[in-house]
Design a protein around this ligand. Structure first.
Ligand code: ADP
Ligand code: MG
Length: 246
């Protein structure tokens, strides 16, 4: 692989659900260590974009190169690549019948052949990092929303992903729990974890993004560094969007 190859390169990505054009030709690149935010009105295709990246949705057309490999190639073992793309959802998606520790160790043990001992050691290290080591044997229903989302983030990290995809990770949280989740995400961003974050938290985007993409109607209408994005928006739709959300 060429050293200049971005971690993810998306070319003319399209997704059509029956009668709905959710993605209308999205082209962009994500470099290693980059923190990219995706914002835009509801229904603009943000979730579909994230879900197509790891082929949770099958794109209708276009290409997704991950580490230079075209994930749209029928011969590609998508599960192998998917393990390198951690995903954090709005509704946490923890396994309700498993303890926090088990939630974190099951994938590394089953999919990556990590020993129980090593998986648990890594999980405890990560839980300690987010202040939840004492909840290792609790079940998800015993945790607050903010705690659950912190677990979901470190559960994704247990797989040692090359990129983390966040789909509105704080949208389902009570306001007082948003800060603790953004704090964890902010730390990862400062450590140059490659991240793609869909969010409505504009202040946070401005603070930690390297680049922000504005989506509307299944297109990226503008992409820029935060200062330029917020202070000098060019696209009329973006101007209208910013005037409503800020
Ligand atoms: P956003 O995350 O920006 O709110 P989505 O990616 O969820 O937008 O949706 C983009 C468009 O695709 C919307 O019109 C939505 O209704 C449609 N859509 C998303 N998922 C499905 C699906 N599984 N079936 C049919 N239409 C869908
Ligand atoms: Mg969405």
């Amino acid at each position: 692989m060429n050293g200049n190859e971005p971690l993810i390169r998306v070319e003319n990505l399209k997704k059509e659900f029956v009668g709905v054009h959710a993605l209308n030709g999205v082209t962009t690149e994500i470099r290693r260590g980059e923190v990219v935010f995706v914002v835009g009105p509801s229904g603009s295709g943000k979730s579909t974009f994230l879900r197509c990246l790891n082929r949770l949705e099958d794109p209708t057309d276009g290409h997704i190169y991950f580490n230079g490999v075209d994930l749209m190639d029928k011969k590609v073992n998508i599960n192998q690549h998917r393990q390198k793309m951690g995903m954090v959802f709005q509704h946490f998606n923890l396994f309700p019948h498993m303890t926090i520790l088990k939630n974190m160790t099951i994938a590394p043990m089953k999919l990556q052949g990590v020993s129980k001992e090593d998986a648990e050691r890594e999980a405890m290290k990560l839980l300690t990092r987010v202040g939840l080591a004492d909840r290792a044997n609790a079940y998800p229903s015993q945790l607050s929303g903010g705690q659950k989302q912190r677990v979901a983030i470190v559960r994704a990290l247990c797989m040692k992903p090359e990129v983390l995809l966040f789909d509105e990770p704080t949208s389902a949280l009570d306001p007082e729990m948003v800060g603790e989740v953004l704090q964890v995400m902010g730390e990862l961003a400062r450590e140059h974890m490659t991240m793609i974050v869909v969010t409505h938290e504009m202040g946070f985007a401005r603070e930690v993004a390297d680049r922000i993409l504005f989506m509307a109607d299944g297109h990226i209408l503008e992409e820029a560094a935060p200062a330029e994005f917020f202070e000098n928006p060019k696209n009329e739709r973006l101007k209208a969007f910013l005037s409503k959300v800020i």
